[in-house]
Ligand binder design. Structure first.
Ligand code: ADP
Ligand code: MG
Length: 607
């Protein structure tokens, strides 16, 4: 009979941060389930009653305890998982302190039944308030079942600190979800007060996420996978439209151990930033694997927090990986790995130099008519490699009277990029259909224009480079007191957008000029519309510039129902793909949908 559990010498034990191991029923579930995982279980069944307050029972089909191991397992610092301090540097198991069983047995009535594959029968043993009873033989399959009854029965003060059943249940559920996510190859069944909360099979991570959070979410999952010298990142991110109202469904695992790390959460969030509606958080299940010598998981007894020796590079890598995944799924432009802020060297030169044209609409001072004028736009930051894939690209063409300049495309880009004949069509005055190399691209004209105007407005705020069209006949706007106060408050920003306003009285503002981006036919009441939208967004607490840019974009953008000429559609597409995030509108809605010829072929049964 082999004994593998040893008592750690005191000097080692004291080096391990001690502390409260068991704070609530969920802590028992966590410790015992982790032991089952460490014991190589393939099936784990968790049964609770009364949110774990009266009963927690965890059954596994792992290695089991040998009789000798059972004899010492409930001693403090009894562990089979590390033998010396140096082993702490290289922990492969979830547990290592040898504290959990001892702590649980000290404050509850515990019964353990266990059998190894080598033994013909199992042993059953009771430990109550830390006092061991003699083990008795019992018939059972190999594995271990631990029953924990009446937690904190002998520490009433602790028991009184327990929260409502709903709260304690939630903690247990989260604990089991985390375990189930990090070990999709293990089957978990969770039963609470005789109801099966969930039962998930041995599978892979993708299936596991679907089983736990629903099929609908699975459809919005994007896989990510990236290996660097320091760190491997893999897992799934949900598309922005599956974002949650709370941060509770962000699962981060370090070497398969669930952790909380605000810096990494923020790194993910940053990559999503402009794709999310304020106050929403992306759903993700991300695994980071790092050489254990780079991390310290021992800083807190609950082992939830982890420190890296190089937090900054972890942050950078995670942001890049998430951005890359979003880009691969057409959510946003990609940045090259390890160069989060720099330009992407894959961009063909012609795109860096290509000028997008902007419509400039001005009032003819002689006639008062609005005139359309074209001029080269500001050079856009093109750190996107959109054109590398099958995105739309305007074919080479020379339109008279413009100073547009198209460089011949380099051979290699030509193959990869799109644009066949440049066929383009407006559907129901709402959607633009364009042929691309891989099939069909459908653009929502309103949100596309919104994205363009939003970015342009933000740019104006930073460059403080307004572009205004003077009204021939200044308009007197009766806005009301509150609105006039608002105008006063944000007038410098309104000015940079291109408004030229004079506060006339408590209720009136005189509009002498409006932003050049306002299209003909959209001038009427434009200030009031923008202000109304701005006010209605204020509750959501978005920042002043962002709110104003969104409100302006929303009210000035081409509407659904507006008919567009071919030329206007092409310009819209040009400008859209010169933005930083062509695929999502400022509110997080999709701008572009692609339908590939492959997909069409499939639908038509052509194979
Ligand atoms: P730790 O997990 O930190 O080693 P614990 O107090 O949680 O400490 O467990 C003590 C020891 O009991 C473990 O090291 C392991 O050898 C053994 N053990 C605990 N649970 C199980 C189980 N379900 N199956 C087999 N062995 C177990
Ligand atoms: Mg343990």
């Amino acid at each position: 009979m082999k004994q593998s559990i040893q008592i750690l010498p005191d000097n080692i034990a004291s080096k391990i941060a001690a502390g409260e191991v068991i704070q609530r029923p969920a802590s028992v579930v966590k410790e015992v389930v982790e032991n089952s995982i460490d014991a190589g279980a393939r099936n784990i069944v968790i049964t609770i009653k009364d949110s774990g307050k009266t009963l927690i029972k965890i059954a596994d089909d792992g290695n089991g305890f040998s009789p000798a191991d059972l004899d010492v397992a409930f001693e403090r610092h009894a562990t089979s998982k590390i033998k010396s301090y140096d082993d702490l540097e290289n922990i492969k198991t979830l547990g290592f302190r040898g504290e959990a069983l001892a702590s649980i047995a000290a404050i509850a009535q515990v019964e353990i039944k266990s059998r190894t594959a080598d033994e013909a029968v199992g042993l059953s043993m009771k430990v109550e308030g830390g006092v061991k009873h003699d083990p008795e033989p019992c018939g059972m399959e190999p594995g271990t079942t631990i029953t924990v009854k009446n937690l904190f029965y002998n520490t009433p003060a602790r028991r009184n600190f327990l929260k409502t059943n709903a709260t304690e249940f939630k903690h247990i559920l989260e604990t089991i979800q985390r375990a189930a996510l990090s070990y999709p190859d293990i089957a978990f069944t969770f039963i609470s007060d005789d109801d099966t909360v969930f039962s998930v099979h041995q599978s892979d991570l993708f299936t596991r996420i679907g089983e736990l959070f629903g099929e609908e979410l699975s459809e919005g999952l994007m896989e990510c996978n990236e290996e660097t010298d320091y760190l491997t990142v893999y897992g799934f991110l949900a598309k922005p439209e599956f974002s949650r109202r709370t941060r509770n469904e962000q699962f981060l695992f370090l070497n398969r151990r669930y952790i909380v790390n605000r810096a990494i959460n923020h790194a993910v969030y940053r990559a999503y930033e402009h794709l999310l509606i304020k106050g929403s958080y992306p759903f993700y299940v991300l695994f980071l694997d790092v050489d254990p010598s780079h991390i310290d998981v021992n800083i807190h007894p609950s082992k939830l927090e982890a420190k890296f020796d190089n937090e900054r590079s972890v942050y950078g890598i995670v942001t890049s990986v998430v951005r890359k995944t979003l880009a691969e799924n057409d959510m946003m432009p990609s940045l090259s790995m390890g160069d989060a802020a720099g330009p992407d060297e894959h961009i063909p030169a012609s795109h860096n130099r290509q000028q997008s044209t902007l419509h400039m609409l001005r009032v003819n001072p002689q006639t008062g008519e609005l005139i359309e004028e074209r001029r080269p736009g500001e050079q856009n930051r093109t750190d996107l490699n959109l054109f590398q894939r099958d995105s739309f690209k305007t074919p080479q063409r020379k339109s008279e009277g413009t100073d547009r300049y198209y460089e011949p495309e380099p051979e290699q880009t030509k193959q990869e990029s799109s644009t066949e004949s440049g066929l383009i069509y407006q559907l129901h005055n709402k959607y633009i259909l364009a042929q691309i190399r891989s099939g069909l691209m459908i653009i929502d004209q309103h949100v596309a224009h919104e994205r363009i105007l939003y970015e342009r407005a933000l740019k104006r705020f930073t460059t403080e480079n307004p572009s205004s069209q003077q009204l021939l006949f200044p308009e007197t706007a009766e806005l009301g007191h509150a609105e006039v106060e608002l105008v006063k408050e944000i007038q410098p920003l309104l000015d940079t957008l291109g408004f030229d306003l004079k506060i006339f009285s408590k209720n009136t503002v005189i509009i002498e000029g409006i932003p050049a981006d306002v299209r003909p036919g959209y001038e009427h009441n434009i200030l009031k519309k923008v202000l109304d939208e701005y006010r209605s967004n204020m509750g959501a607490q978005i920042d002043v510039r962002d709110n104003l840019a969104k409100s302006f974009a929303c009210k000035t953008a081409i509407k659904s129902g507006d008919s567009l000429t071919d030329e206007e559609m092409r310009d819209l597409i040009d400008q859209l793909f010169a933005t930083e995030m062509p695929y999502v509108c400022p509110h997080g809605r999709p701008v572009v949908i692609k339908l590939s010829v492959d997909e069409l072929d499939k639908k038509f049964g052509r194979t």
